[in-house]
Design a protein around this ligand. Structure first.
Ligand code: GLU
Length: 472
C-alpha cells in the first residue's frame, strides 16, 4: 500500500501532538487548542471585460480565539486550499504565543494567480473579499486583523482598509482592521522588512551561543557565513540583504523559475535589479545557473533560509542538505519526516513559528499605533534629545572637552519610529529565542527546537484558556 503523504495541516497537527506529549495538559484542552475554531470558505463572482464571469474561491480561517483579535495574513495563490489556510492559521496562533503577541491565529487565502489578473481586477477581488469578511464579522480591529502574505502587499492592505472604512463610517479605530498598510494609510515604519529582519535577528542570536554552534560544527557570529536563500520575495530578499550587510556571503539564491550560485557571493540588490530587467534571476553576470531550482537547497553552505512556500525540504532531499542551520523564513518549509532526518544528521532547524514571527510582531506595533492614533516617538523624541544634550554638556564640562556638532547630534539624537520598531523587534526575537532554547535545554526528551517552540506556545495558550475560565 502506498504510504500517505501528510497534508500541510496534518503536518502541523503532528508537530502539535509531538509537543503536546511533553506537556501535562488534559486531552480536552489539547483538542481545544489544536483544531480551528472558525472556518469560512466562500465564493464570489468576478466579471471580466468580455462579460464572462469567473468564480473566485476564498477562505478565512480563525484558528484560536483564546485571545482577540485573531491575526494573520492573506495569501493570493493558485495553490490556496482549505487545508493550507487551516495549517497557516494554526501556525499563526503558535507564532503569536511564542513571541508574546497578544493575538489568536488566523489566515486568509484567495485561490488566484495574481500575475494573471490586472491591477483593476485585483482591486475588485480584494474589495469584494473584504466586504464578504465584513458581512460575516470575520474582520475588525478587535475581531480579526489581516496582513500581507505570499502574493499580497501593502497595496492590497490599503484596499482592505478603505473598503472596511467605507462600510464602517466614523469608526475611530478602523485603521486597526488590517496591518501592513502603506505609511500614509496608517502603516508603521519598518513593517515591510520586518519578517526578513526578524529572520536575521533570530539566526544572528542563535549564532551567539558558542556551545550550540560547536555542537553543529559552526563558529559563532554572522561574518563570513555562507548563506543560501530560497525565495526572493519580501521575506527572502530582506533576510538576504540583512545577512549580506552584516558580512555574510550569499552564495546561492533560488526562485520558482530557477536558481543561481557564486561561491564568492552574490550581491542581492544587483540580482534584484537583474530580475527586474530580465524577468528572472537566471543568467546573472558572474554567477552560474543551477540545473533546477531545488539544487540550491542542497548547495554547500552554513545557513539555508527557505523563504518561499511550504513543503520544500522533504524526506527526499533532506539526506543531501549540507547546511548546518536551516532558518525557516517561510511557513512550513520542512516536513515532519524531513525534520527527523535533519535532526539525526545534526542539522539545527530554527522553526518558522519562532523565526518568521517578526512580521506579526511589527504588525502588532502597527495595530497599537492605530489604536493610539499617535506615531511612535512623537511624544518622547525631543525630550530624549534635550536630556541627552544636558547629560552630554555635563560630561563635557567634567572632562573639559567639547565634541563637534556631528558627534554631538549622533549621541543626543532621540529615537524615531523606525528605531523604536526595530529595537522592539530585536528585543522580541532575542527573548523568544532564549525562552525556546531554555525549554529545549531543560527537557532532554525534546529533540528539536520546533518541539520546544510548540511546547512554549501551547503552555501559554492553555494558561490563557484557563484564565478565560471556559474549563471550570
Ligand atoms: N503573513 C505574515 C505571517 O505569516 C504576517 C502576519 C501578520 O502580520 O499578521 O506571519
Amino acid at each position: 500500500m502506498a504510504s500517505h503523504t501528510p497534508s500541510f495541516f496534518e503536518t502541523v497537527l503532528s508537530f502539535f501532538d509531538k509537543a503536546a506529549d511533553h506537556t501535562d495538559l488534559p486531552h480536552g484542552m489539547r483538542d481545544q487548542i489544536k483544531y480551528c475554531n472558525s472556518i469560512y470558505e466562500f465564493k464570489f463572482p468576478l466579471k471580466h471585460h468580455d462579460g464572462s464571469i469567473e468564480i473566485i474561491v476564498a477562505y478565512r480561517v480563525e484558528h484560536s480565539h483564546h485571545m482577540l483579535p485573531v491575526k494573520g495574513g492573506i495569501r493570493y495563490s493558485e495553490m490556496v486550499n482549505a487545508d493550507e489556510v487551516k495549517a497557516l492559521a494554526a501556525l499563526m496562533t503558535y507564532k503569536c504565543a511564542v513571541v508574546d503577541v497578544p493575538f489568536g491565529g488566523a489566515k486568509g487565502g484567495v485561490k488566484i494567480e495574481p500575475r494573471k489578473f490586472t491591477v483593476d481586477q485585483l482591486e475588485r477581488i480584494t474589495r469584494r473579499y473584504t466586504a464578504e469578511l465584513v458581512k460575516k464579522q470575520f474582520i475588525g480591529p478587535g475581531i480579526d486583523v489581516p496582513a500581507p502574505d505570499y502574493g499580497t502587499s501593502m497595496r492590497e492592505m490599503a484596499w482592505i482598509f478603505d473598503t472596511y472604512s467605507a462600510l464602517h463610517p466614523g469608526q475611530l479605530d478602523a485603521a486597526a482592521c488590517v496591518t501592513g498598510k502603506p505609511l500614509n494609510e496608517g502603516g508603521v515604519q519598518g513593517r515591510t522588512e520586518a519578517t526578513g529582519l526578524g529572520v536575521f535577528y533570530g539566526i544572528r542570536h542563535a549564532l551567539t551561543y558558542k556551545e550550540d554552534m560547536e555542537a553543529i560544527g559552526l563558529t559563532t557570529g554572522v561574518e563570513g557565513k555562507r548563506v543560501v536563500v530560497q525565495g526572493l520575495g519580501n521575506v527572502g530578499y530582506w533576510a538576504a540583504k540583512f545577512f549580506q550587510d552584516a558580512g555574510a556571503r550569499i552564495t546561492a539564491l533560488a526562485e520558482w523559475d530557477g536558481a543561481i550560485y557564486n561561491p564568492d557571493g552574490l550581491d542581492v540588490d544587483a540580482v534584484q535589479q537583474h530580475r527586474k530587467e530580465t524577468g528572472s534571476i537566471l543568467n546573472f553576470p558572474g554567477a552560474k545557473n543551477f540545473e533546477s531550482s531545488g539544487d540550491a537547497l542542497e548547495y554547500e553552505c552554513d545557513i539555508l533560509i527557505p523563504a518561499a512556500l511550504e513543503g520544500q525540504i522533504t524526506e527526499e532531499n533532506a539526506p543531501r542538505i549540507k547546511a548546518k542551520i536551516i532558518g525557516e523564513g517561510a511557513n512550513g518549509p520542512t516536513t515532519a519526516r524531513a525534520e527527523e532526518i535533519l535532526t539525526e544528521r545534526g542539522i539545527m532547524v530554527i522553526p518558522d513559528l519562532y523565526l518568521n514571527a517578526g512580521g506579526v510582531t511589527v504588525s502588532y506595533f502597527e495595530w497599537l499605533k492605530n489604536l493610539s492614533h499617535v506615531k511612535f516617538g512623537r511624544m518622547s523624541k525631543r525630550f530624549e534629545e534635550s536630556s541627552n544634550a544636558a547629560m552630554l554638556q555635563a560630561v563635557e564640562k567634567i572632562v573639559g572637552k567639547t565634541l563637534s556638532e556631528r558627534e554631538r547630534s549622533a549621541i543626543t539624537r532621540g529615537a524615531d519610529e523606525i528605531d523604536l520598531v526595530r529595537s522592539g523587534l530585536e528585543e522580541t526575537m532575542m527573548n523568544a529565542y532564549d525562552a525556546v532554547r531554555e525549554t529545549y535545554k531543560r527537557n532532554p526528551g525534546i529533540k528539536e527546537l520546533r518541539t520546544a517552540a510548540f511546547v512554549t506556545a501551547i503552555n501559554k495558550i492553555a494558561v490563557a484558556y484557563e484564565e478565560l475560565g471556559i474549563f471550570p
